[in-house]
Design a protein around this ligand. Sequence first.
Ligand SMILES: Cc1ncc(COP(=O)(O)O)c(C=O)c1O
Length: 422
Amino acid sequence: MTSFRYQNHELYCEDTRLADLIATFGSPLYVYSRKAIIENCSAIEAAFEGHPHRTTYAVKANANVHLLRLIAEQDLGADVGSKGELFLALNAGFSPDSISFSGVGKRDDEIEYALAEDIYAFNVESKQELEVINTIASRLGKTARILLRLNLDIDAGTHAYISTGQKHNKFGISSRKAVEVLRWAQNLQSVEIRGIHSHIGSQILSQRAFVEAAHALERVVGELRSNNIPVHEVDFGGGFGIRYHGVLTHPRLPAETPESESVPVAEFVRTVLPVLRKTGCAVAIQPGRSIVGDAGALLTTVLYRKEQEGKNFVIIDGGMNDLIRPSLYQAHHQIVPVQLSNTIVEQADVVGPCCESGDFFAQDRLLPSVSRGDVLAVLCAGAYGYVLSSNYNSRLRPAEVLVDGSRITLIRRRETLEYLLS
Ligand SMILES: Cc1ncc(COP(=O)(O)O)c(C=O)c1O
């Protein structure tokens, strides 16, 4: 549910004029809508229609502690992928028994920390990891609740770097081995089996892939039960794709055709729930992008323009160190001026200041013509934006602000040069 809209050719987030934010907080700047995050959480929760479930927000999508606090207030749990994410989730107020710990490479100290904090469960990715968790838990006098992450060998039809559920990917244990591994795990003294888990990738737009995954999990639950292995919960993971193309329309904006298959996250949940329900298990999901993705934008200012051999370049002050998705996955973000003063449209590459030809936000893109000093909004940058930022070229990370109507809160200060010495 995007909260970015034009009013009199000016772009607003909720009731806040984006041009004013840049004037106050500088550029580049991440801006988030409180309303959009709340609406995304409640749309997901409503889709469960009372079926017992846990929605655990995937902290990796955006780990700003203020946003985590807001999501915790919506009664969601958290799925963490590191000690740092667990630390942030606990500090944001997520209750430990609502937290799961995913990831293929958990370190011993991370497992110890999670056990000491008594989190709900570990999503375990290998037999060896199970052994290590058992050993550490028994040393600490604890019982570790676990779900086994299965690799269902399903092509989610997404970018190869964010496809996680195929047999050549590093994630999970082949679903053919579920019975064997969990039967063995039943003998581990300090492990309690809660269920199974899968996460087949991110930015998935195909309902077919999700339905296939749900049926595969249902089959595995049946196999486990017939082998007297208890299964209480199926964690379906995250990956629900959002729309990046054509999010905003305006007579002065070149039209962008939206992704044909994109549906709201609640629709994905409604599609798989009837299948997962047949297992008789409680259901968990781990949405990240679908909670914060369309709630955020990166504002950036045009530094220069240049024309080279018939090609236009718009050079901006935001770069791949601020938002790496276009460089890393050739991801598309709609880019729009915050003030639509120009009726002329041109084709240009929108490029950052980093010393890489891969440092671009858009290539050969139709845009309203812009000049030095104009501010652009890179839409749907709320997920995998700031969290993937870096200090490449010793550039300082941008500030982040949260908008609530016309109320603005600075939720992360812009880095200063001193930071580079620490
Ligand atoms: C285990 C796990 N769960 C949940 C997510 C969140 O995915 P998304 O942000 O696409 O919903 C990820 C991200 O890839 C993940 O690795």
